[in-house]
Design a protein around this ligand. Structure first.
Ligand code: GLN
Length: 227
């Protein structure tokens, strides 16, 4: 499986994402500068964390109208997997590919620590390797991680089983304790916690690795023909 890690001016978790996929998952990955992307040759797109365009206007707002975005939309429309982490999640929200918006953290402070999460949904191409209801621990690092949506959207997210992860101890004020959601079609996951920072014991925790393994498992199920 071949992944593109999209790099924007101000991305700072791109190397971690690349490491997670190429060194730990041991699949192909390339760093792709947002102006030079040709996403046709990739099977998965990873939108990494960071401060794209210095979080100018709102986090992810400028990146969401940058050059690569038309191709990301085509990639999503083709049903291929797109994972947005932290700033990547913010970009997907600003694109309108995921419902809701991101506000500043409830306490107006940048939060950088491990958080316990509940895996709410395992029937997705991103979470199939977890147990439903399982508690995992992942690092968070954000200033604008307070996920907001109105009651009607929250209801729809619940009904469609689009809530993938919730916080056990809501650190930022997110509606419904939401830490990560998928799109309706199920091929886009946006999440604030950083799975790429928790993929091996050397990093203190490997709870994030199963997200990448789930994507790979799904891709193999669809593409690898057993003779
Ligand atoms: N780690 C990150 O991706 C930071 C996200 C974002 N720019 C924020 O602080 O909210």
């Amino acid at each position: 499986m071949k992944f593109a890690v999209i790099v924007f001016p101000g991305s700072n978790c791109d190397e971690d994402m690349y490491h997670a996929v190429s060194e730990v998952l041991q699949e192909e990955a390339e760093m792709v500068w947002f102006e030079e992307a040709d996403l046709d040759k990739y099977d998965g797109v990873l939108l990494p964390g960071g401060f794209s365009y210095g979080d100018y206007l709102r986090s992810g707002a400028v990146a969401s109208v940058s050059k690569v975005i038309a191709q990301v939309r085509e990639f999503i429309a083709a049903g291929k997997p797109v994972l947005g982490v932290c700033n990547g999640f913010q970009v997907l929200l600003e694109m309108g590919e995921l419902p809701g918006a991101m506000l500043k953290n409830r306490d107006l402070k940048f939060i950088c620590r491990e958080e316990s999460l509940t895996v709410e949904q395992t029937d997705t191409m991103f979470t199939s390797r977890y147990e439903e209801g399982e508690t995992i621990s992942l690092p968070v690092a954000h200033g604008e991680g307070n996920y907001y949506c109105d009651e009607a959207v929250l209801e729809k997210l619940r009904e469609n089983r689009q809530i993938a992860f919730t916080y056990k101890n809501n650190p930022n004020g997110s509606t419904g304790n939401i830490a990560g959601i998928t799109n309706e079609a199920g091929n886009v996951l946006g999440m604030m916690p950083h799975p790429e920072r928790a993929v091996e014991e050397l990093l203190g925790n490997d709870d994030g690795l199963r997200i990448f393994e789930s994507i790979l498992t799904h891709w193999r199920d669809v593409h690898v023909v057993n003779n």
